[in-house]
Design a protein around this ligand. Structure first.
Ligand SMILES: C[S@@+](CC[C@H](N)C(=O)[O-])C[C@H]1O[C@@H](n2cnc3c(N)ncnc32)[C@H](O)[C@@H]1O
Length: 207
């Protein structure tokens, strides 16, 4: 069985996911993003890359919060990518995996994932993190499911498609970054905003 998870997202599962990822409480989405970005230097986030944007719901929220910031997208599912590009009109975009993407080093003030690293096989994870670190000029943000030790749990009945771990610790131990802020979006408060027990970390590259 292949360890690569991108085919899963390119196919029927990805199409079904789009249908589930459309309606969220915009005020809660804005509140969650304001919390995650509250420790960035004011005015410092002028370009953003979302890795694994699906139909662009985070990018749409960020357009509301940071209307002057340039938005850029990576998404592996073709239909989701088309929808996101139409909705967001990004400056740069790539329909493919984070691993296969190729943008200039240090091109974006903020590079982030939200519920994406959890779907990448551990064998491919470091390559993704390396891309994110390389693309960032200053900040990297990850919002993912947390487990202190790495675990693989069934995802909608599929094996080896959902992996939880301490992504923040792994990132800090692998790259020269400092953790600027971190937090938890408790599903009890944020489910309706599309954040179901999301643990997030905001990192800044060391000079
Ligand atoms: C759980 S969804 C989260 C979508 C979006 N970040 C959000 O918060 O609404 C995971 C997304 O990552 C995409 N994806 C999965 N593996 C990927 C990879 N290796 N490279 C780029 N995108 C990927 C999937 O197609 C899907 O759109």
């Amino acid at each position: 069985m292949t360890k690569e998870t991108s085919e899963f997202w390119r196919g029927n599962f990805g199409a079904e996911y789009i249908g589930r990822n459309t309606e969220f409480d915009r005020e809660l989405e804005c509140r969650a993003w304001s919390a995650m970005l509250k420790s960035t230097e004011p005015g410092s986030v002028r370009s953003i890359l979302e890795c694994g944007c699906n139909i662009g719901r985070n990018a749409a929220t960020l357009r509301e919060l940071l209307p002057r910031a340039e938005l850029n997208l990576i998404e592996v599912n073709a239909e989701a990518y088309r929808t996101a590009v139409q909705r967001i009109n990004p400056t740069l975009s790539f329909n493919g995996t984070i691993q296969a993407s190729s943008f200039p080093e240090g091109r974006f003030d903020l590079v982030f994932t939200c519920g994406v690293l959890i779907h990448i096989h551990p064998d491919d994870l470091e390559a993704c993190l390396k891309k994110m670190f390389g693309y960032s000029r200053r900040y990297i943000l990850m919002g993912e499911y947390f487990n202190r030790t790495p675990v693989s749990i069934p995802y909608h009945g599929a094996a080896d498609k959902l992996f939880k771990r301490d992504f923040g610790k792994l990132f800090m131990e692998t790259f020269p970054v400092r953790c600027v802020d971190n937090g938890f979006l408790w599903g009890h408060q944020y489910d309706a905003g599309g954040f179901d027990d999301t643990t997030w970390w905001l990192f800044e590259k060391k000079a």
